[in-house]
Design a protein around this ligand. Structure first.
Ligand code: GLP
Length: 266
């Protein structure tokens, strides 16, 4: 695991965009795993800028999003499909038919989740997975107690997540209680992971997830078992990391001696 402590959220987003860009240059038909939430918004903005100003090409990219609220239609402004269209898909040359966000209005949830997993496999698996982290340590909507081997399925959200996400809804009662989410096991099967976190509110949980024990109570801690994870945090989110000085030193040395390997050697 490589941990990069950026000075600012903007730097975090730029460094993250470098990793996504490098992936697309290396493999134009990459399969990207994408996340929602406020954390990756700067990354998407930077990718849109690079597409518009530098021609970063998404024409062959296939994407799979982590999760979606149950029973929200794709046109609902708080649905994750709507978020992705607004933040990224509508502004780059990705083929909309190649974008997958779980469909919240589905009748047969179990069959649908199995199909979602099969689709990921059918295109050869996810090359690079972008992740945020919830205040309770969740990745996607894998709330505390989720099996670390879990697959795409229906999850009930915790009250904390419902409260955290209520800021986007007019009325807290409108926040859905259920979501379809990739499992921790699904995420661990991706070839490479890019975890982002910003802001002081994430500092405690980032330290627990990266430096604490692996536990289903903090599902992001399962990333410690993955072979290729790059974590980029801003200085506020990284402020509780015990080995922050070491991570900073590693990054400086890499920048100085082998910049092409930032995000590559784990
Ligand atoms: C939601 C999403 C997660 C995301 C988390 C953090 O719960 N399902 O994928 O990481 O929010 O959101 P934010 O980035 O807004 O803090």
């Amino acid at each position: 695991m490589e941990i990069i402590i950026a000075e600012t959220t903007e730097e975090m987003s730029r460094l993250a965009a470098d990793i996504v860009e490098r992936q697309l240059l290396r493999k134009p038909n990459s399969v990207l795993g994408l996340a929602t939430g406020s954390t990756p918004m700067g990354l998407y903005k930077e990718l849109v800028r690079r597409h518009q100003q530098q021609g970063l090409d998404f024409s062959k990219v296939i994407s799979f999003n982590l999760d979606e609220y149950l029973d929200l239609s794709p046109t609902h402004p708080q649905s994750y499909r709507y978020f992705m269209d607004q933040q990224l898909f509508n502004h780059v040359n990705i083929d909309p038919r190649n974008t997958h966000v779980p469909y919240g209005h589905v009748a047969e949830v179990e069959e649908y989740c199995a199909w979602y997993e099969e689709e990921i496999k059918r295109v050869g698996g996810i090359d690079l997975q972008v992740l945020g982290i919830g205040a309770d340590g969740h990745i996607a909507f894998n709330e505390p107690g989720s099996s670390l081997g879990s697959r795409t399925r229906l999850k009930t959200l915790t009250q904390q997540t419902i409260e955290d996400n209520s800021r986007f809804f007019d009325d807290p009662d409108q926040v859905p209680r259920f979501a379809i989410t990739m499992g921790v096991g699904t995420i661990l099967e991706t070839r490479e992971i890019l975890l982002l976190a910003n802001g002081a509110k994430k500092a405690d949980v980032v330290a627990q997830a990266l430096e604490g024990p692996i536990t289903a109570q903090i599902t992001a801690s399962a990333l410690q078992m993955h072979r290729h994870v790059t974590v980029i945090v801003d200085s506020a989110a990284g402020s509780k990391l015990k080995r922050a000085d070491y991570y900073r030193w590693v990054h400086q040395e890499k920048k100085r001696l082998i910049p092409r390997l930032i995000g590559r050697v784990t």
